[in-house]
Design a protein around this ligand. Structure first.
Ligand code: NAD
Ligand code: MG
Length: 402
């Protein structure tokens, strides 16, 4: 008989968290929710507690945690409410939990995801920023503690599926030694695929968050609109698959049906296809190596009819080139890129800076900070803090606002 998998979902109130719970709800005989977490969305977390009866519910925000605890008590639910980063780390590493969905957005996910890695969990990694900023440190912890890393990002999940069996288990494998010539990372091109450079100057947060193919959180929606998301994904692919920057090619594919491809030296190219619905990679990773139903509409190729491919435009989307540069520079550069992007995206969503100032700010921060080597988590965190400080200073001095 199959044993029940016990899950912690970090970021359960977000887009990925909600999709994960949707898949879990389809398979009550397979999964039991042990902990759900959020930043401050106590209403949604309360509804999730009623439905999934976790043992723990964690909110980062103390006030939100107090409100939730009161409602839990009134409802008579047997859920322990905790708050703060230490509690996130605790529920990510509970001995009774085997699988952790890492779906907090941004650098805030790093500590809890690392806690899961240190506890040797099976980690379903959606929180790409953690891997982008901490790269080597993160992968070393995964390896040292025998954690399993399964990519949730649809592109990386597709690559994982198209790689030779067992490739990703042996982190020392190189692409070339496995007969792989290239990873082809597909990109939808986002909502501004055909928007001119001059029109990009005036786009609003609402327009940036209206993605043509995917429904996602606001931060990743803006990242998709700038294509910095694809840049973060290039860095993510580098760490997940031990792939040098030169072996990762971005291909714009507006239909988002092919989620990525692996090209082999014999001329074969293996792809994973499906409707754009994150429940597919989530279900794949939850049940790996088995397959389970995910509630996703079956792909109808005749209805899709056409699959297009174009080269990315590095002029209108300079963030993608900046990510390649940061990956090649190594050391603290990806952490700096990520932190500057997080500051810039928050400012754009608050209507403090225009859309095109996002990559400009990132470039200025990368230029303003020396690249240093990363040996420890502290090196990563201090690069992150320094980049945020420089980005905020630059915004105050209004250099990048126009
Ligand atoms: P979201 O904004 O919808 O949800 C984020 C979740 O993280 C929420 O539950 C929120 O409460 C929690 N959170 C936010 N800040 C926090 C903090 N400081 N501390 C603790 N918790 C915090 O985001 P999303 O779209 O679900 O994306 C989550 C992650 O998955 C991101 O890293 C994103 O890049 C990645 N991802 C998302 C998609 C997608 O389709 N949405 C696809 C691929 C990868
Ligand atoms: Mg993706």
């Amino acid at each position: 008989m199959r044993s029940i998998s016990h899950l912690t979902i970090l970021g359960s109130t977000g887009s990925i968290g909600i999709s994960t719970l949707d898949v879990v709800a389809r398979h009550p005989e397979r999964y039991r929710i042990m902990a759900l977490t959020a930043q401050c969305q106590d209403n949604t977390l309360f509804e999730q507690c009623i439905r999934f009866a976790p043992r723990y519910a964690v909110l980062l925000d103390e006030g939100a945690a107090m409100r939730l605890a009161q409602r839990i008590a009134v409802a008579g639910l047997d859920v322990e409410v905790l708050c703060g980063v230490a509690a996130l780390e605790r529920v990510a590493s509970l001995p009774e939990v085997d699988t952790v969905m890492a779906a907090i957005v941004g650098a805030a996910g790093l500590r809890p995801t690392l806690a899961a890695a240190r506890a040797g969990k099976k980690i379903l990694l959606a929180n790409k920023e953690a891997l982008v900023m901490a790269g080597r440190v993160f992968m070393d912890v995964v390896q040292k503690h025998g954690a399993t890393l399964l990519p949730i990002d649809s592109e990386h999940n597709a690559i994982f599926q198209a790689l030779p069996h067992n490739y990703s288990r042996h982190r020392t494998d190189s692409l070339a030694a496995s007969g792989i010539s290239k990873i082809l990372l597909t990109a939808s091109g986002g909502p501004f695929l055909n928007t001119t450079l001059s029109a990009l100057q005036h786009v609003t947060p609402e327009q940036a968050c209206a993605h043509p193919n995917w429904v996602m959180g606001r931060k990743i929606s803006v990242d998709s609109a700038t294509m910095i998301n694809k840049g973060l994904e290039v860095i993510e692919a580098h760490w997940l698959f031990n792939a040098p920057a030169d072996a990762i090619q971005v291909v714009v594919h507006p239909q988002s049906i092919i989620h990525s491809l692996v090209q082999y030296v014999d001329g074969s190219v293996l792809a994973q296809l499906g409707n754009p619905d994150m429940r597919t990679p989530i279900a794949y990773a939850l049940a790996y190596p088995e397959r389970i139903e995910a509630g996703v509409e079956p792909l109808d190729l005749l209805r899709v009819a056409t699959l297009d491919f174009v080269a990315p435009d590095f002029i209108r989307f300079p963030g993608l080139a900046l990510a390649y540069q940061a990956l090649r520079a190594g050391g603290t550069a990806p952490a700096v890129l990520n932190a500057a992007n997080e500051v810039a995206v928050a400012a754009f969503l608050n209507k403090q800076i225009p859309f095109l100032a996002i990559p400009r700010l990132i470039e200025d921060v990368l230029t303003g900070l020396p690249v240093t080597t990363v040996n420890t988590l502290e090196d990563v965190l201090s690069a992150d803090a320094a980049a945020r400080a420089v980005a905020n200073d630059l915004m105050k001095s209004t250099i990048c606002l126009s």
